[in-house]
Design a protein around this ligand. Structure first.
Ligand code: KG4
Ligand code: ZN
Length: 339
């Protein structure tokens, strides 16, 4: 089969991104225009601002992706775009752009689920990786453990019942005065703290489910900070960061390892923004070593939002003949595996 070159577009949150990816694994360009500096002033992503910034950036970002890849629009075989989940106004900018482009060049349009995109980042990083494997997807908006049966075929084993892992990081970071986005800041500060200093709770479900719950952990941190302040005691922020992180990572790793045992799989991939967390990576590798499970993760630039991962997921959809038409709409709460 001839090479398949996909131009991918991602605008689901606060990064305007475009990439050119060949056969789902080889990245010719991966351009990301981040809005983080603008949203930092507000302590989080402001949806209306995000949409406007996407409109300003999208044409330039797509052109740069094509230039960097050294390819023209005529050489593109399909246009892939994130159609959910995400902020509706932000998604619509990328969607309308992708639809117009696909129509203008007469090439197929492929709608990609953002969470599937995160998982696919592992196919770019690990050229030999093939299903079946277990994937832990942990980002600002999502926390899932999935059993990847085949390319584009998932079984959800566990998911969060309230906050996502990255959301918990961001909220705790704000409470201890670290600002947005909190994940990388807690990751860094934790290295100076004692992870066993404060015993924060790990949510356990009676029904043996491998779901997560992080809002209780977040509340426990807030209560701890409150109590310390009320009683005039000094707060060691590094200890709070490290202890919170340990409680969260322990649960992620535990549930992921249990899933590997349950599914008799010896490969686990991590994906999403939180997958760049150093403690999560280290703990997963050391537990994996004990159990003979190989642990894989993408490089940090492929963990946080980018369009190369969308180009990879779009390729596997393309192979399955799952093409969209111009009626494709943005679905802000699109579920994993839903089409
Ligand atoms: O995947 P992503 O870029 O966007 C979503 O799809 O949500 O993930 C962003 C999330 C944020 O919550 C951010 O705080 C978190 O990933 N994050 C981290 C780290 N880097 C980013 N969390 C923990 N440790 C990190 N090093
Ligand atoms: Zn994401």
């Amino acid at each position: 089969m001839n090479d398949v070159k996909i131009l991918a577009i991602e605008t689901s949150c606060d990064e305007t991104a475009a990439a050119v990816v060949v056969n789902g694994r080889e990245v010719l360009s991966n351009i990301i225009s981040s809005q983080i500096d603008i949203h930092t002033k507000f302590g989080g992503v402001v949806p209306e601002v995000a949409s406007r910034k996407h409109i300003e950036a999208i044409s330039l970002v797509v052109q740069e992706a094509l230039d960097k890849a050294g390819c023209t629009l005529e050489e593109i075989d399909a246009v892939g775009v994130t159609y959910g989940p995400g902020l509706v106004g932000a998604l619509l900018v990328g969607m309308q752009y992708a639809k117009s482009l696909a129509y203008a060049i007469g090439k197929p349009l492929i709608g990609v689920n953002h969470i599937e995109g995160h998982i696919s980042a592992n196919f770019i990083e690990h050229k030999e990786l093939e299903p079946p494997f277990v994937c832990l997807v942990v980002s600002g908006g999502h926390s899932f453990i999935v059993y990847m049966k085949d390319f584009g075929e998932f079984e959800i084993i566990g998911q969060t019942r309230d906050d996502a892992a990255g959301e918990a990081y961001d909220k705790v970071a704000r409470a201890i005065g670290l600002g947005y986005p909190g994940g990388p800041k807690i990751d860094k500060l934790s290295k100076e703290g004692n992870a066993n200093a404060i015993k924060f709770p790990r949510a356990n479900f009676h029904d043996e489910s491998l779901d997560f719950s992080f809002s209780g952990l977040k509340s426990a941190v807030l209560n701890y900070l409150n109590k310390m302040e009320m009683t005039g005691q000094e707060i060691n922020r590094a200890d709070v960061a490290a202890s919170f992180q340990k409680a969260l990572v322990d649960v992620l790793v535990d549930n992921a390892m249990k899933t590997c045992e349950m599914k008799k799989v010896d490969k686990i991939a991590i994906a999403g923004g939180v997958a760049s967390n150093s403690t999560l990576r280290e703990t997963m590798i050391s537990e994996g070593n004990k159990k003979g499970i190989k642990v894989l993760f993408p490089s940090p630039i492929l963990c946080t939002d980018n369009a190369a991962m969308i180009g990879s997921a779009a390729y596997f959809e393309y192979l399955k003949g799952r093409k969209a038409d111009l009626s494709l709409n943005a679905i802000p709460n699109l579920k994993l595996g839903e089409r």
